[in-house]
Ligand binder design. Structure first.
Ligand SMILES: Nc1nc2c(c(=O)[nH]1)N[C@H]1C(S)=C(S)[C@@H](COP(=O)(O)O)O[C@H]1N2
Ligand SMILES: [Mo]
Length: 196
């Protein structure tokens, strides 16, 4: 188990970022309905500025290296949930599997509900970014993004696509769903980067 609950120190902040309040519940925040996706039908397509574009089935994805983390989760609407246990594939392991080219600067994540979100590549390579299928020792509930979602403990949680189906390495930034609607591209909770 990797404990990442102290990563706020990398940002010279306290554990609870400014303007947040701690909750022990885990609210669900989705722009629409929970899409019907299961492990058997789930596919993850990796494209763009990579040496080997490919699509992973659940079985293929599960052959990548995995880690279990303890992480905090910060929603831009003002709540934070401490000590979430997530198991999954680190973004870095996926990047190694496809070979990211030098031209890549940004990453666009796509999801089964047509949600998208973009993150600078450098921020995706942070050790906390995971493609996860397990929350607190149980299969990730569908409402929270199961079968597989992304988590970004160093960013507001809208950067973590639930029901993730696509990862596109971009040669220039392109705004995703909330970024188009005025939310921050960088989304650092310790600097309160909520809006752009
Ligand atoms: N595919 C998808 N991912 C998404 C969203 C969404 O609507 N669709 N909402 C985002 C927002 S705004 C937040 S705060 C978190 C909420 O995750 P939760 O519902 O597990 O709390 O998911 C993010 N990822
Ligand atoms: Mo959110």
């Amino acid at each position: 188990m990797k404990d990442l609950t102290d990563l706020h120190r990398q940002y010279d902040g306290g554990r609870l970022p400014p303007g947040q309040r701690e909750t022990t519940a885990f609210p669900v925040l989705s722009k629409g309905e929970t899409p019907a996706v299961d492990r058997e039908s789930w596919l993850l397509s990796v494209s763009g500025a990579v040496e080997t574009p490919r699509t992973f089935s659940w079985e293929e994805f599960r052959s990548l290296p995995t880690e279990t983390h303890r992480q905090d989760f910060h929603c831009v609407t003002g709540w934070s949930r401490f000590d979430c246990t997530f198991t999954g594939v680190p973004f870095r392991a996926l990047a190694d599997a496809v070979g990211v080219t030098d031209e890549a600067v940004h990453v666009m994540f796509a999801a089964a509900d047509d949600y998208t979100t973009d993150i600078p590549l450098e921020d995706c390579l942070h050790e906390g970014v995971l493609f996860t299928w397990e929350l607190d020792g149980e299969a990730l509930p569908a409402d929270h993004g199961g079968p597989v979602r992304v988590v970004t403990p160093h960013k507001y949680a809208y950067k973590g696509a639930k029901w993730v189906t696509g990862v596109e390495f971009l040669t220039e930034s392109r705004p995703g769903y909330w970024e188009k609607r005025g939310y921050s591209e960088t989304a650092n909770p310790w600097r309160e980067e909520r809006y752009s």
